[in-house]
Structure formats: structure tokens, C-alpha cells
Design a protein around this ligand. Structure first.
Ligand code: PQQ
Length: 683
């Protein structure tokens, strides 16, 4: 009864288009990001199953040459595995042996990394007609010859004067390469672009939020959306970036996109008189040939908490209330699990899949959440809210098994203190949310800090979408665990933040097998078959938004980023080289007594500018240098050379001369010294 949409070749489509539609019937390959257009991330392959999985072992591994988060789902096409590492670098590997066929490095300037809210990550490539396509962190879309890696075309998708990035995997539908962008934390306007796969010519562009009405609207959809905005939102960008999810139904010929948060987050500075602010935090259905709007469903009207609806979208046909419905499912950041009718966008049901305190429920008549008044922090006091800007679930892909009827969600419980910033001034290009991030700094007291760790949690949640209730859960040591794969072997595979790759029974959650990965896993596994043998592959390497901003403070097991591709099959017995790593001891910090006022000023300046890469309260992200170790703490001149004048710009540390004064830089130094002294005293 429960199945995948069985689309046949779309009218007028080419063989290459038909191959992607037919991925449903080609379980030996993994042809697009979520395996098929329905993005279920479920493979019918069953040679590796609940009985044979204890015999699963490492057949090969391939070391990736970057040290930032690895988020890609590899594709497997015609015996070749295509995987991206950080900085949008593409590798083509022999799927049987892991031997390198070619590498393509788009040479992203490392300073562009400052425009990336959440690490220099990339979630993978798309394949179509002998080419692979990658979006680069600096906003380009590049077509490569799948056999050689030679560049076929390379186009710019952004206004290069604005802080746009690309981290998401492109999709190809009807000969068009679809790509969105990131930048919602910095002040941009979101859109999705469609490029001709053969030539790289821009075919259409769908904006997700309206621009300045005085310039005229690009479409009726934008005129409609503009009715839901107030003030001069376009000056600040508005947000609505399409930075991750898409899915396609070939039968209905509808493309679904997930739209991001408001920019700035704080609605009172973005759209002061309120309004729903379409199409923020919405799922929008479009015609893939024209980009014409068909319907939308908004998960979080008047978004003000970074509650993106960019999370993974899954399509399935399932029985609900006695009849088979064509549904679309999403577990967006806001904590509710949505089941929509994907023909019309009508809400079928929505229930909380993690603790939620910003709304009591979703009203199924209106389709709207019923908010608690305290949640609009800008109108009152700071509010401790769940979920946080990390979401009840972030980009880590979930999976849906038509066999068990369950969705497997990498879920998280992380609270966050939302607070209005009365001193807000727009500063596009820098962290620009309109919220007071200083209040989210860790408390001074070591015991309270330790206690805070225990409330930050994560788990693998098996969710019954038809019944909107949990089936089972596995609690992990911390949040930010990997994406999920389910298989016809009654298995669910997931990597974890505490450096394990695990297989669970899909119907019960019993752990059946695990492998030590030597690094946190955030990406989703995939599977394929060659010469009658099934393989499972996962790209490992700790990173992404959570490690960068909360860093070592909450990491479940303190291991470094080791970026690798790991491939497993039955009977293999390979092992990884021993991990040669010990945490660097903290050097003695400068002993100068801290000036209280300067430290307080530095705390604020640090949390407005530095947290997003170097970690809250300077705890160090584990990916980017821990400032408490910095030799420059001993020298005001050296510190300013780096912070103000950009001495380390080649390594990605930009010059902050536009937003910080020499005095600010000195207070930040005083604050980091105070944090280093605190850590030194505790060790
Ligand atoms: N990216 C990650 C990650 O890769 O770990 C996590 C997030 C992003 C978020 O939580 C975001 O809110 C987010 N927002 C945008 C945006 O608003 O444009 C972009 C991205 C991104 O491109 O990675 C993330």
C-alpha cells in the first residue's frame, strides 16, 4: 500500500531525464541526492539485512583533504562514486575500490567562509547525462564531465557584492539544474534558479520573498507575497533562502522547495507591523519548466526564530484514514511534523515530534500554529524556547521506509534564549539577526555550565507519520547526529556525533552493529550494489553549524575532524589507521588582570561577531582555532593585525575593520584572555 510515486518518463523528456525518473527501479545505483525524486532515502537492497549485518566490515576508505564538516551524500552512477568535501571540492572514486579517478577543486577563496553561517560545507552533487553538477560556497554552479572532471561550464548564480553562499546539493529536473543559496543570517533575498543542464544558461528564477515594490514584482506570486509584509523589508534582504531541500513528483509534475527563515530573524525589525511574510518558512510547489507558483504551505507565519522549512522533504503514497493519500512530509526546525496533501498543499496533520513551547499546537482548520504570546520575544522579555535555532531537526536527512511505514528523524532537544536587540543596526554581510546573542553566552559558573550540557540532547526518532506518534527512539550522547538511510533489510543506518556508524533494526530500534569512525558523523549514508554485492557508504567528518558555534562545549566525544569516505560490505574486515591525536594542552594565558568593564564590552562584541566560528564564550569550535590558545592574546598589535587588518585573510579570518574599532578589538582580546584564564584555572 505504501509506495514511492511511480513516475514514468515525463512528456517530451530525454533519456537522461527518464533515467532520473526511473531511479525508483534502479536500486543498485544512487542517482540523485535522496536516491529518487521522492527523496525517501530508502533503498530496497536487502543483502545486508538484520541477519547478515553482524558480518558487515570496512572494504575501503578514502581520506578527504579538508578539515571542515563533511555533509555530502555520495552519488553512485555507473560504478563511480561522486562525493564532495568541504570547500565544495568534488571527488570521483571507483565504487568498488575507492581508487581516486579525479578531483575538482573550485578554488573557493577561504575568506568567503565568513559569509557561511554554518561551516564551509557542501551536501553533494547532482548527476544528469554524463555530467555532475556542484554548487560552490562562493555562489557558482559548475558542470563537470562525469568521466574526467573537466569543466563543461561554470556560471555565477549570485550578486557577488552580497553575502550569498551555496551549501546544498543541486537537483536536475527536466533538463534543468536547480540550485538555491544560503545567506539568511547575513541579510539576503532568497531565490531558486534553474539552469539549462546542457549549456548553463539561466532558464528561470523563483524569488521566495518580494523585493522593493517600487521596482515592480517578478511574478503574481511576489505581488501576493508582498501583501503579507510591512515596512521596508527589502532593505535588509528579507531572507527565505532555499539552502537545502527539494523534491519532485513526476506524475503531478510538481517541484517542491523548502524555504528558509527571515533575514534578520527578528520580525519587529524586518517587518515592523507584522504579517505572515510569505514565503518564509514555507514549502512551495512550482512547475519545473517555468518556475510558476502552484501552491504553498507556511509552517511558521511571521517567522522570528530562525525556524526554516528547508529541512528534508519526503514524498510518499500512504494510507491515512482508510484511503491512500499522496503526501509530502517534513520535520522542520519549528518542532512540528507535517503531513501535507502534495497535490494541493492542504494540511493533513501536524504534531510535535520534539518538545515545543512556542506554540500549543497547529490548528488543523486554519493550518496555523497557535503561538504562546511570550514567544514573540521582541514584544516583551527574553524567552527560553524549544526548539532552538538549531531546530528540532536540522538539514541531516531523515528517511522513510515503505516497509515499516516509519520516518527516521535525527532529532534534537536544544533550548535557546531569544532576546530582542534594542541597539540593532543593520549590517548586511555580517551576522545580522536583530537578536541579542550576548545573552546566549554561557554563565560564568563552571557548575552551571556543566549542568547546561546535560539538557542539550539528541536522539534517533522513529515516527509513525500516518498516526503522528513515536514508534521508538534511541537516545544519543548529544545532539547533531548524522543523517539516516533505511533499507529493505529492515535496517536503519546512522552515524553519530560520538563517532560511531550504527545499524539499527528498522521496526524496533535494536542496535545490531556499529563501527568506530574516529570522528563525529553528520552526513547521511547511502547504499548501492555492484557485481551482485551490496555496499554501504558514509562520508564522515565532524562539522556544521552546531560544532562551530557551541564547539567543544557540547561535543559528545571530543575527537577531531577526520574527513573520510568509509565503504562497507559483508565479509570485509578492513580497519582504519590508528587515530594519532591528543587534544592540545591549553598554553598559559597572559596573566594581566582583566579590566571588568573591558571584559564586559568584549563579551558583547565577541558574541555579536566571533561566536559563529570560534564558539560561544570562546569555547573553541574544534574546527577553527580555539582563540584561548592564540599566541596573539599576548600582543595587542598582533591581535589587531589579525582582527582589524586581516593578517590571516588567506586562511579565512577576514578583516573586521568595517564593523569593529581598535577599541572593540582590544575588548575582545580582554574577554578572550578572561575566558582563557578561567579555563586555565579549571584544568
Ligand atoms: N547549515 C547548517 C549546517 O550545514 O550545519 C545548519 C544551518 C545551515 C542552519 O541551521 C541554518 O539556519 C542555515 N541557514 C542558512 C540560511 O539561512 O541561508 C543557510 C545554511 C547553510 O547554507 O548551510 C544553514
Amino acid at each position: 500500500a505504501c509506495g514511492v510515486p511511480q513516475g514514468e518518463q515525463a512528456d517530451g523528456g530525454t533519456d537522461a531525464d527518464a533515467r532520473l525518473v526511473g531511479a525508483v527501479r534502479a536500486p543498485g545505483e544512487w542517482l540523485s541526492h535522496g536516491r529518487t525524486y521522492a527523496e525517501q532515502r530508502h533503498s530496497p537492497l536487502d543483502a545486508i539485512n538484520m541477519d547478515t549485518v553482524p558480518d558487515l566490515g570496512l572494504v575501503w576508505s578514502f581520506d578527504l583533504d579538508t578539515k571542515r564538516g563533511i555533509e555530502a551524500t555520495p552519488l553512485m552512477v555507473d560504478g563511480t562514486l561522486y562525493v564532495t568535501s568541504a570547500w565544495s571540492i568534488v571527488h570521483a572514486l571507483d565504487a568498488r575500490t575507492g581508487a581516486l579517478k579525479w578531483t575538482y577543486d573550485p578554488a573557493v577563496p577561504r575568506a568567503w567562509g565568513q559569509k557561511a553561517c554554518c561551516d564551509a560545507v557542501n551536501r553533494g552533487v547532482a548527476y544528469h547525462d554524463g555530467r555532475v553538477f556542484v554548487g560552490t560556497l562562493d555562489g557558482r554552479l559548475v558542470a563537470l564531465d562525469a568521466a574526467t572532471g573537466a569543466v563543461a561550464w561554470d556560471v555565477n548564480t549570485i550578486d557577488r557584492s552580497k553575502p550569498y553562499t551555496i551549501t546544498g546539493a543541486p537537483r536536475v529536473v527536466k533538463g534543468r539544474v536547480l540550485i538555491g543559496n544560503g545567506g539568511g543570517e547575513y541579510g539576503v533575498r532568497g531565490y531558486l534558479s534553474a539552469y539549462d543542464a546542457a549549456t548553463g544558461t539561466l532558464d528561470w528564477r523563483f524569488h521566495t520573498v518580494p523585493g522593493n515594490p517600487a521596482d515592480g514584482f517578478e511574478s503574481d506570486a511576489m505581488a501576493m507575497a508582498a501583501e503579507t509584509w510591512t515596512g521596508e523589508w527589502w532593505r535588509l534582504g528579507g531572507g527565505g533562502t532555499v539552502w537545502d531541500s527539494m523534491a519532485y513528483d513526476p506524475d503531478l509534475d510538481l517541484l517542491y522547495i523548502g524555504v528558509g527563515n527571515g533575514s534578520p530573524w527578528n520580525q519587529s525589525v524586518r517587518s515592523p507591523e507584522g504579517g505572515d511574510n510569505l514565503f518564509l518558512s514555507s514549502i512551495v510547489a512550482l512547475r519545473p519548466e517555468t518556475g510558476a507558483y502552484v501552491w504553498h504551505y507556511q509552517t511558521t507565519p511571521g517567522e522570528t526564530w530562525d525556524y526554516t522549512a528547508t529541512q528534508h522533504i519526503i514524498l510518499a503514497d500512504m494510507e491515512i484514514g482508510g484511503r491512500v493519500r499522496k503526501v509530502l512530509m517534513q520535520a522542520p526546525k519549528n518542532g512540528f511534523f507535517y503531513v501535507l496533501d502534495r497535490e494541493t498543499g492542504a494540511l493533513i496533520s501536524a504534531e510535535p515530534y520534539v518538545p515545543v513551547n512556542w506554540a500549543t499546537h497547529v490548528d488543523t482548520d486554519t493550518g496555523r500554529p497557535v503561538e504562546v504570546p511570550e514567544a514573540r520575544y521582541y514584544a516583551g522579555e527574553p524567552f527560553v524556547q524549544v526548539p532552538s535555532p538549531f531546530g528540532g531537526h536540522n538539514w541531516h536527512p531523515m528517511s522513510y521506509s515503505p516497509d515499516s511505514g516509519l520516518v527516521y528523524i535525527p532529532a534534537m532537544d536544544i533550548p535557546y534564549l531569544y532576546a530582542h536587540d534594542p541597539a540593532y543596526e543593520a549590517r548586511p554581510g555580517f551576522w545580522n539577526t536583530g537578536t541579542n546573542n550576548t545573552l546566549a553566552a554561557l554563565p560564568d559558573d563552571a557548575a552551571v555550565r556543566a549542568a547546561m550540557k546535560t539538557v542539550v540532547k539528541g536522539h534517533l526518532l522513529a515516527w509513525d507519520p500516518a498516526g503522528q506518534k513515536p514508534a521508538w527512539r534511541v537516545d544519543h550522547k548529544g545532539p547533531w547526529n548524522g543523517g539516516v538511510l533505511s533499507t529493505g533489510g529492515n535496517l536503519v543506518f546512522q552515524g553519530t556525533a560520538d563517532s560511531r556508524f550504527v545499524a539499527y533494526r528498522a521496526d524496533t530500534g535494536d542496535e545490531l552493529w556499529s563501527f568506530p569512525t574516529q570522528t563525529g558523523v553528520v552526513a547521511a549514508p547511502m547504499t548501492y550494489a555492484l557485481d551482485g554485492e551490496q555496499y554501504v557508504t558514509v562520508a564522515v567528518g565532524w562539522g556544521g553549524a552546531f560544532p562551530l558555534t557551541t564547539g567543544a562545549f557540547t561535543q559528545a566525544e571530543s575527537l577531531p575532524n577526520v574527513s573520510r569516505v568509509l565503504t562497507f560490505k559483508l565479509g570485509a574486515t578492513g580497519s582504519l589507521p590508528p587515530l594519532d591525536w591528543t587534544p592540545l594542552p591549553l598554553p598559559e594565558p597572559p596573566l594581566e588582570p582583566a579590566d571588568g568593564e573591558q571584559v564586559t564590552a568584549g563579551l558583547a562584541a565577541y558574541h555579536a561577531n566571533c561566536t559563529f566560528c570560534h564558539g560561544i564564550s570562546a569555547v573553541g569550535g574544534g574546527l577553527i582555532p580555539d582563540l584561548r590558545h592564540s599566541g596573539a592574546l599576548h600582543s595587542a598589535e598582533l591581535w589587531q593585525d589579525v582582527v582589524i587588518d586581516g593578517a590571516l585573510v588567506e586562511r579565512g579570518m577576514i578583516a573586521f575593520s568595517d564593523v569593529l574599532s581598535a577599541e572593540d578589538s582590544e575588548s575582545i582580546r580582554a574577554y578572550v584572555i578572561a575566558e582563557a584564564q578561567r579555563a586555565w584555572a579549571l584544568q
